[in-house]
Write a protein that binds this ligand. Structure first.
Ligand code: ADP
Ligand code: MG
Length: 323
């Protein structure tokens, strides 16, 4: 029952194409756009843009109210994905939650990509072993996905569980796409949704979406003060898309964000993740990871809607994450 852009009032084929070219691929994306934004992208007047946005809001059925019992009903489906580290899991109230965005931020080399790899393995396990019995989509913006690392972690898991897992089988349930720039990255969420739709009724539905790194392309492409609003608007839409992915597929969403060891003029405070405000309010769980002695890392839960702030120590070894 997907509504197409062409189905909306005031949207002809040419306008639909212009909207798509500008990255407005779904009715939802249009529903949350501003008239000015849409008018610029599709070369239409602002009043037409406003009418299209209204039509999209009705079609997408967004912005409506929901009663608490319905929210509770959906919350009952929330799954918890084990990180492989008990302390970390406990801090998260059992594990990484589905239907939420979990942001991991920290300096280069702190282990964000390692955690992402481990989650891509763990999600495939059945719930009684800390998984969600599903597959994973990885949007890789820094070319840091390494199948060899997955193989090591699966071997580590085999030892831990005393079961002979086949790394190849795990690799087959990891769907990776390189994102070449921020626009491509945004478009890949649509592709991810298509894939998740295809796999919805399979025995390995998508239960984890990873965007590693969420902000690197945005940071590289939007340089200078004048571009800040534009960047935030795009990032905001992107986050909206991935949150929706999480809700729609009862999937975990894990994104990474690098902080600078050396502050630069534009991105400011080194202990603050880039993306600033918007990211802060959209990510449901924010984790700050920093290096400690040897293979130890300190993971700090910064704020969450229902959990106390806390700290956990994890180790990153060849076998993967552990206590
Ligand atoms: P980030 O994504 O936060 O920049 P990474 O996740 O790439 O950082 O972490 C890199 C670190 O992970 C390395 O410095 C090393 O400590 C650890 N690491 C990477 N691969 C392995 C491995 N095969 N065995 C043990 N530790 C590893
Ligand atoms: Mg990384």
């Amino acid at each position: 029952s997907e509504v197409l852009l062409e189905d909306l009032d005031h949207v002809g084929p040419a306008t639909a194409q212009k909207l798509k070219d500008a990255g407005f691929n779904t009715v939802e994306a249009i529903a949350v756009a501003s008239p000015a934004e849409l008018a610029n992208s599709a070369e239409i007047g602002e009043s037409t843009a406003a009418k299209i946005i209204n039509a999209a809001r009705q079609a997408a059925d967004i912005g409506g109210f929901e009663t608490g019992d319905l929210v509770l009903e959906r919350r009952k489906l929330v799954g918890k994905l084990s990180t492989g580290c008990e302390e970390f899991n406990e801090m998260m109230g059992g594990g990484i939650e589905s239907q939420s965005i979990t942001e991991m931020y920290g300096e280069f080399g702190c282990g964000k990509t390692q955690v992402a790899h481990q989650l891509a393995v763990n999600v495939q396990l059945p719930p009684e072993q800390g998984g969600l019995g599903g597959s994973v989509v990885i949007i890789d913006t820094e070319n840091t996905f390494r199948p060899e690392r997955i193989t090591q972690m699966v071997k580590g898991l085999s030892e831990k569980h005393g079961v002979e897992y086949d790394p190849e089988e795990f690799l087959k349930n990891i769907h990776v796409a390189r994102a070449y720039n921020s626009n491509h990255q945004i478009l890949l969420v649509d592709s991810a949704s298509e894939l998740a739709n295809e796999l919805k009724d399979s025995d390995m539905p998508v239960r984890l979406l990873i965007v590693d790194s969420l902000t690197a392309h945005f940071r590289a492409e939007y340089i200078g003060r004048g571009t800040l609003a534009d960047r935030q608007q795009k990032l905001n839409k992107h986050l909206h898309d991935i949150q929706r992915f999480g809700d729609l597929f009862n999937s975990c969403v894990v994104v990474t964000n690098q902080v600078m060891s050396k502050p630069d003029a534009f991105f400011g405070d080194p202990t603050k993740p880039i993306g600033g405000h918007i990211l802060g309010h959209t990510a449901t769980f924010r984790l700050y990871i920093r290096k400690s002695k040897g293979d130890k890392r300190i993971v700090k839960l910064i704020d969450s809607p229902n959990l106390p702030d806390g700290e956990a120590i994890m180790s990153i070894t060849t076998d993967g994450l552990s206590d």
